[in-house]
Design a protein around this ligand. Structure first.
Ligand code: FCB
Length: 454
């Protein structure tokens, strides 16, 4: 018998996840304005195949059918994100009634089907006007985010119990402002450091605003993408590289959030300071109820580049990621479920007293639908099973993990990879917009049902 069936309790919360830009389409309808992703997608060479989210899965027009699909899987909860430029075009000023009305209908539809709505306020679609004014490296963006959060909260708080602020600030800051492979595509270390701080500040400001407005108690949280950072060898150089990678990937987020300080080893090494003002760290460390963990894979780190150098041309120590020697997904990401267990146990140890929910976990594989659109995705099913077993193992070792959202409900717009990489447990035919549950979706449905009976 599959270990997940006995080891996860009937109270475990099961869900599926998506995000606005990746599925909604209707990019310029009902008053929505451009986000940094609409702009980035139009930069030649930025996104595979020149793909964009103008239509995506057309979820904006197919929402009731998609909620029925979610219902058919028997999940408890649905994690979706709200599009900032749909709700507050341009990122300032009053709400767009038509934009808010969409999420209103979505929430009502979910509740009518007995599905718990999990709102993510920011899944990467910054209004372009705010990027033009400086984006996340600029302090004012944090205040704009809190204003926007208040607009959404005011409208939905009576029916939505769980609000999470940001999805994966590491990606917004590093991929968006340092590496440049995500929107807005800038390449500046200083901008990335400033973005980290202003994202965290925005999280804290938004949470305080929402709590101040609430007419009933809510669960608040933030979602981080977290992995494991192991030294590639036992050498002192590689151990230092792993420490730095862990510092920049995990501790610069969780230490300020939980303990109100940036990690001292990282601060001492950074040439650029975080732009902290008096009182910021108190705001950032405002208590919250749930940590959303997104996990895809763990990595090893080496302190030398392939030529054996220990420092890059700017004088920074090398931190080179090496993928462990395991089977890979279509993203070329290593499959590392044992590291997932290790991550969750470590989070429980280093940041105790914080319930966790897996807000994303899943895999892309090259699917081959049969003539009816059915995909016999053994590899994705095995990925899900092994990672759910990893969660069960972590729970058995004491980690307080209360739920799991599969990424993703649907095949969708996978950012720089466009539509080429399919993460859905439901297949989408982008020509016809037909949705067909894959074998993994049926397995997930049956696993949930069996767990409830246990
Ligand atoms: C995460 C993102 C999500 C999706 C998965 C594959 O980093 O949060 O939108 O693209 O990766």
């Amino acid at each position: 018998m599959n270990p997940t069936m006995t080891a996860l309790p009937p109270s475990f919360q099961w869900g599926v996840a998506t995000s606005a830009y990746q599925i909604e389409g209707a990019a310029f309808e009902d008053g929505r304005t451009a986000s940094i992703w609409d702009t980035f997608c139009r930069k030649p060479g930025a996104v595979h195949n020149g793909d964009h989210g103008d239509v995506a899965c057309d979820h904006y027009h197919r929402m009731p059918q998609d909620v029925a699909l979610i219902k058919s899987l028997g999940v408890d909860a649905y994690r979706f994100s709200v599009s900032w430029p749909r709700v507050q075009p341009g990122g300032r000023g009053p709400a767009n009634p038509k934009g808010l009305a969409f999420y209103d209908r979505l929430v009502d539809e979910l509740l009518a089907q007995g599905i718990d709505p999990w709102v993510t306020l920011y899944h990467w679609d910054l209004p372009q006007e705010l990027e033009d004014a400086g984006g996340w490296p600029v302090r004012d963006t944090a205040y704009r985010f809190a204003d926007y959060a208040a607009l959404v909260f005011e409208r939905l708080q009576d029916r939505v119990a769980t609000f999470t602020t940001l999805n994966e600030p590491w990606c917004s800051a590093w991929l968006g402002y340092q590496v440049g492979v995500h929107a807005p595509g800038r390449r500046s270390f200083d901008d990335a450091i400033a973005a980290v701080h202003h994202l965290l500040l925005g999280h804290g400001l938004a949470m305080r605003r929402m709590r101040g407005m609430e007419t009933r108690p809510h669960t608040y949280g933030i979602t981080l993408n977290l992995g494991t950072a192991d030294p590639a060898s036992d050498s002192a150089l590689d151990r230092e590289a792993a420490r730095r990678a862990d510092g920049m990937g995990t501790r610069i987020y969780l230490d300020p959030l939980r303990y109100g300080r940036y990690p001292s080893d990282i601060v001492a090494e950074l040439a650029t300071p975080f732009p902290v003002r008096d009182g910021d760290l108190e705001i950032i460390s405002t208590p919250f109820e749930v940590l959303g963990v997104n996990f895809y894979f763990g990595q090893d780190f080496a302190g030398t580049d392939e030529a054996g150098n220990t420092h890059d041309p700017d004088g920074n120590p090398i931190v080179r990621a090496i993928f462990p020697d395991t089977p890979r997904t279509a993203m070329n990401w290593p499959i590392t479920p044992a590291r997932f267990t290790r991550l969750l146990v470590r989070l429980h140890r280093d940041y105790p007293g914080l319930p966790m929910v897996i807000t994303e976990n899943g895999s892309a594989f090259a699917d081959n639908p049969d003539i009816s659109g059915f995909v016999a995705d053994d590899a994705r099913t095995a990925y899900l099973a092994s990672h759910l077993a990893a969660v069960a193992d972590a729970r058995a070792q004491g980690a307080d993990v209360r739920g799991y959202f599969a990424w993703s409900l649907l095949d969708n717009f996978e950012w720089a990879e466009g539509y080429a990489k399919r993460f859905g447990i439901v297949h989408v035919d982008y020509e016809t917009q037909a949705r067909t549950p894959k074998q993994s979706a049926l397995w997930y449905r049956d696993t949930i049902a069996r767990t409830r009976e246990a």
